[in-house]
Design a protein around this ligand. Sequence first.
Ligand code: DLL
Length: 433
Amino acid sequence: MIFNPELECMDVHSRKKMQLAGLKNLVERLYARVPFYRAKMDAAGIAPAGIHSLGDMQKLPFTTKEDLKDNYPHGLRACPEDRIVEVHMSSGTTGKPVVNEYTVHDIGIWREAMSRTMAAAGCTKYDTVQNCYGYGLFTGGPGAHYGAQNIGAKVLPMSSGNTGRQLAVMQDFGSTMLACTPSYALYMAEEAAEAGIDLRALPVNKGCFGAEPWSENMRREIEARYGMKAYDIYGLTEIIGPGVSFECEAQDGLHVNEDLFYPEVVDPDTGIPLPDGERGELVFTTLGKEGTPLLRYRTRDISYLIREDCPCGRSTVRMHRLFGRTDDMLIIRGVNVFPSQIEHALVEIEGTEPQYLIVVTRGEDHLDELELQVEVKKDFFTDEVRGLESLRTRIEHVMKSKLQIALKVKLMEPKSIERSVGKAKRVIDKRSI
Ligand code: DLL
């Protein structure tokens, strides 16, 4: 279902006009109200009066994660404090967390963005949405809550964890839609199998999953185990939370809510905008936000833009599912490796689960070592050493040909890699560089 046909299917020219008006208004507000942005624009030699077209966007300075950290907690606020009604933060493993402060208007933008997102995954007022994204400072729980409720669906605000109770509620309340991280969806499916619960026999038939990288293989696995259609949803705390972009029933790229969040893709090294279809770093500008709007925010997420008609009828630009992050990239003996490449390569190997952990160490010879711990499927995990050894060498061989580096594979017993109720941790980097 298309939640807002007027805005989601509008003709591209009219949308561009809206975006330009939004950009001009944003630049004026930032220049007048946020000293950080005024200084940056002055240094770049661009004033609000110099913005005449969307092409002028390129004259504007970028905003980076470092800028957010330097201005923590309130330095980028663009409205009086008494207008802020909600705050979210990303946990950020290092340094200070990034903050998003919302006005009532901003919550409205989020609600709209998430209503479009969940409607595209088939959510209607007849659905019961089991929301197992974390509630709290994390945006996942509240974002899905606002969207589903606005559609008129019934929300079960479960938050993450307590898997036994999740499964009991899923059965007792007949949840029809699931919202959580893809890794948690798989974990719940494993627990269900263990408890003898047949998820395929339950009413749950769709889900919207995101907040972490996941492969087509994981999608197929989730769809098979639940008997559902699994949709990818994308977003980040700094911009709004979930709701920046989402898949429609065509599942061929994610529609960007571009009237709200203007996307660009740039070369991560030079910052030069790349043509549609070319892979680079996603950059977003929030067009209507009041609390902590962002100008040309460098996400570090890697994708490309698709500007072709979509059979669903939405006219918004799409982004390819994320390929990874510029800062997730591991440099192993000089070769760039993304965890997502490893996950994609694992797809080809029968007998493995989509559960893996990458451990990077630096040996006494100062060379990087990469160990890939891979879980073996229950049926493949026999005591027969020869079978396992051939699986191990097969994985090493596939990885070598796909990634151009040698790595050591350690086969792990079923369910031995730690499961997460939120975002899964896939890399442990033990190098002290
Ligand atoms: O993860 C917001 C969110 C919640 C998105 C629920 C979707 C569903 P952060 O914690 O700030 O916000 O993390 C944002 O997570 O820059 C991506 O690197 C990654 N990410 C988010 N969605 C996807 C996705 C939320 N669908 C960071 N696929 C982003 C791959 C994703 N990575």
